[in-house]
Design a protein around this ligand. Structure first.
Ligand SMILES: [Zn+2]
Ligand SMILES: [Zn+2]
Length: 259
């Protein structure tokens, strides 16, 4: 059985001391690959460093909505440079977060749209963060004409999920589905081939590890919950979500690895 944790922030300081153990535990649980996701230029570079250090780790580069108003002029050029790395598989995370509004919504929207357009131009999938911003996230995808990406850490309703899928985008689930009842309908109704699994480590630790720091090995609990809700075996969910991830993040498959 193989799983892909499609979204984790394992460059955090808290992980630094035992990163080897965290990678090993993930492998022991059948996690084949981990995509570590940048939220600004510095963390994007750190993601690439981890990808260079560990065979199973891949990176993204992007500017998170929380960081949008700190993005330096010319950040798109820097992202474009980073995106040429062989283990850089997506642009993001980008998006809109109106729950916290750490950056002004107007700035969030500009930085989001610029990255959606750049991802499209570079033919790389977009990793999108969406919190209390469904309408504008969807509008951005539609207006950019970008049809390749994922709305990660899905936390909204079935109607929104279906509109996202209509654009060509995918949906990815975190440990939230193990304890948020309202999400069960979405897991049950959307096509299995449109969904992926992630931990969003260090956040959102799934049941039965709630309250503890999350890590990629726990992605198995997300797959198990999907299996339970769909009446499938864990292995089937692992296989289908892995195929979807390999298909969407196509650079996962074609890079030559040195160890
Ligand atoms: Zn996010
Ligand atoms: Zn994230």
């Amino acid at each position: 059985m193989t799983l892909i944790d499609t979204h984790a922030h394992i460059y955090y300081e808290d992980y630094a001391e035992n990163i080897d153990d965290i990678i090993q535990r993930a492998e022991d649980q059948g996690v084949e690959k981990i995509i570590t996701v940048g939220v600004d230029l510095k963390s994007s570079e750190e993601c690439i460093q981890l990808a260079e250090r560990f065979n199973m780790v891949y990176a993204t580069c992007g500017v998170h909505p929380h960081e949008a108003d700190k993005a330096p002029k010319g950040f798109l050029y820097e992202l474009e440079d980073l995106s040429a790395h062989p283990k850089l598989v997506a642009i993001g995370e980008m998006g809109l977060d109106y729950h916290y509004n750490f950056s002004e919504p107007k700035v969030q929207n500009r930085v989001y749209l610029e990255q959606l357009e750049m991802a499209k131009a570079l033919a790389l999938p977009a990793v999108v963060h969406c919190r209390e911003s469904d309408k504008d996230v969807l509008k951005g995808i539609q207006e950019s004409g970008n049809d390749s990406g994922v709305v990660h850490c899905f936390a909204s309703d079935l109607e929104f999920a279906q509109s996202i899928i209509e654009t060509g985008f995918h949906i990815s689930f975190t440990g939230l589905i193990t304890f948020v009842k309202e999400l069960e309908e979405v897991v049950q109704e959307i096509p299995l081939e449109k969904m992926m699994v992630e931990t969003d480590s260090p956040y959102l630790s799934p049941k039965p590890h709630r309250g503890k720091q999350n890590e990629p090995s726990r992605v198995i609990h997300v797959a198990d919950k999907i299996a339970e809700l769909r009446g499938l075996e864990r292995e089937e969910v692992a296989q289908i979500t892995t195929e979807t991830a390999l298909d969407l993040f196509s650079k996962l498959g074609d890079c030559i690895q040195s160890s």
